[in-house]
Design a protein around this ligand. Structure first.
Ligand code: XMP
Ligand code: MG
Length: 180
C-alpha cells in the first residue's frame, strides 16, 4: 500500500509498516510461549478490531491453547463510560483457566476495564492483557497491559484491523491521521 490513504473525508499517512509490526509480534509470541509453557491458555479476541492482530499473534503460539471471540456492547453516549452492558459470544467456561485477552488498541482503557471486571466474575485463575497498540497519554485505568507491541501518541490510527467509520481495516500497515 502507498504512504498516504484517503478514507472517506480524511487523509492518513503510513505510520508502522507491516515488517516492523510482524517483528514485534514474533517477540511478543515468544514471551507468551515462554510464560505459558505449563499452562493451556484461553485467548479471548475482542472483535472487531483485533481480528488481524489476533490472527498474526495466535499463529505464532506453540503451546496448547483455545481461542474464543467476544463482541462487547457498552453504554456510550458522548463519552465512553466503559460500562460493558453485554458480552456476546463467550462460550468457553473460564473457571480456573488462564485467560489472555487480545485487543487491537487501548485508548482510555475504559472498555477493557469494564470487560475485565466481568471476566473476573467467571473465576479464571489469571487474566492477562495482550494489545497491539496503546495510547499511554489517554490511558485512565490501572490494569496492567502484560503484552504490548507499540506505545503510540494520541493520534487516531487505522489499518491492521482498525477502522475509520467501518473502513480501513484491510491493510497490513498501520496509518495515522494526517494533521497538517
Ligand atoms: P477505550 O478508550 O475504551 O477505547 O480504551 C478502546 C476502543 O476505542 C477504539 N479506538 C480506536 N479505533 N483508531 C481506531 O480505529 C484509534 O486510534 C482508536 N482509539 C480507540 C477501539 O475500537 C478500541 O477498542
Ligand atoms: Mg473501532
Amino acid at each position: 500500500m502507498s504512504n498516504t490513504w484517503f478514507i472517506k473525508d480524511k487523509l492518513f499517512t503510513k505510520y508502522l509498516g507491516s515488517d516492523e509490526i510482524q517483528t514485534i509480534i514474533r517477540t511478543l509470541a515468544s514471551r507468551i510461549n515462554h510464560d505459558m509453557q505449563d499452562k493451556v491458555p484461553v485467548f479471548i479476541v475482542v472483535l472487531n478490531g483485533a481480528f488481524i492482530f489476533a490472527s498474526d499473534l495466535i499463529k505464532k503460539i506453540t503451546v496448547d491453547c483455545e481461542v474464543a471471540f467476544v463482541r462487547l456492547s457498552s453504554y456510550k453516549g458522548t463519552e465512553s463510560t466503559g460500562e460493558v452492558k453485554e458480552i456476546m459470544g463467550l462460550d468457553i467456561p473460564l473457571k480456573g483457566r488462564t485467560v489472555i485477552v487480545i485487543e487491537d488498541i487501548i485508548d482510555t482503557g475504559l472498555t477493557l476495564d469494564g470487560f475485565l471486571q466481568k471476566l473476573w466474575l467467571m473465576e479464571p485463575a489469571d487474566v492477562k492483557v495482550a494489545a497491539c497498540l496503546m495510547k499511554p497519554d489517554a490511558f485512565k485505568m490501572r490494569f496492567p497491559v502484560d503484552y504490548l507491541c507499540f506505545r503510540i501518541p494520541n493520534d487516531f490510527v487505522v489499518g491492521y484491523g482498525l477502522d475509520y467509520d467501518g473502513f480501513g481495516r484491510n491493510s497490513s500497515d498501520l496509518y495515522k491521521i494526517h494533521t497538517p
